[in-house]
Design a protein around this ligand. Structure first.
Ligand code: SAH
Length: 255
């Protein structure tokens, strides 16, 4: 329980006036609260890089509402609220809670926004986005993961999320343009198709770089001239964004 103790201690040094939303009543609510405190502490610690000293109350509320233990395999459930990435099988991971919160924060979502996510994984990030945006479109290249995510999101009642099995390098042309795009696997450069599918003024949050090499989390905004202006926000480590095999057997799953 060292992690919980440390997080609590750090959280006590935070601004007492900051909102501190509580998780709902569930068997791991105590661990969930410690996760929220760890996220607030990490946000404060990285503020000089990210430019965000505190998360918006709406983002914290979404992190408080979505129960991470429902998105990991049963064997991982006891560890679901530790502020670390965890395995979800097929060599993939559910991202670190702080990174999920920060990427969501950097998207600056409005309740009317339509968002594209590349890399559905467990569906956890999509659920967090669905709490804040009107519609979420998420693409996963590993079929069993995409199917499991779609089923989970449906069971949890997320009617505003659509899941597709396919290659995220192609984006989701039928639903474009998007107000925001989030990529949760790292390509080496911003995929042009994703930039094209973003509205003018839209935000893109994406890790860039090779696996095992230093990667950077970028926040880009699409200017009036259609060009992206990107800022490096933080050093990160993501699984690679992999290329599909041409015919990616794209399937649309409606949760
Ligand atoms: N957002 C996820 C974590 C994703 S890990 C969550 O909340 O759980 C990154 C995911 O991106 C993996 O599941 C991986 O299979 C997927 N991925 C990698 N390359 C992809 C591509 N080209 N298109 C779609 N998904 C991709």
């Amino acid at each position: 329980m060292a992690v919980v103790t440390l997080a609590t201690t750090v959280a006590m040094t935070l601004d007492a006036a900051e909102p501190r939303p509580a998780p709902g009543n569930h068997p791991m609510a105590k661990q969930h609260q410690a996760m929220l405190d760890a996220i607030r502490a990490d946000t404060a610690d990285t503020a000089s890089w990210t430019g965000r000293r505190a998360l918006k109350p709406s983002v914290l509320a979404a992190m408080a509402k979505v129960e991470r233990h429902r998105f990991v395999p049963d064997a991982e459930a006891p560890y679901a609220y530790i502020n670390r990435p965890r395995s979800i099988g097929h060599g993939q991971t559910i991202s670190q809670p702080f990174i999920v919160a920060l990427m969501t924060e950097l998207l600056d979502l409005e309740p009317t926004d339509r968002v594209l996510e590349v890399g559905a994984g467990s569906g956890y990030q999509a659920a967090v986005l669905a709490e804040l945006a009107r519609e979420v479109f998420t693409i996963e290249i590993v079929e069993p993961l995409g199917r499991a995510a779609a089923m989970r999101l449906k069971e949890l009642g997320y009617a505003n999320v659509q899941v597709r099995i396919g290659d995220g390098f192609k984006g989701w042309p039928e639903a474009a343009p998007f107000d925001a795009v989030i990529v949760t696997a790292a390509p080496e450069q911003v995929p042009e198709t994703l930039a094209e599918q973003l509205k003018i003024g839209g935000r893109l949050v994406i890790p860039l770089g090779k696996q095992w090499e230093p990667q950077t989390l970028q926040r880009c905004v699409k200017g009036e001239n259609g060009k992206l202006v990107c800022e490096n926000k933080l050093s990160v480590a993501f699984v690679p964004m992999v290329r599909g095999r041409g015919d990616d057997g794209r399937r649309h799953l409606r949760p």
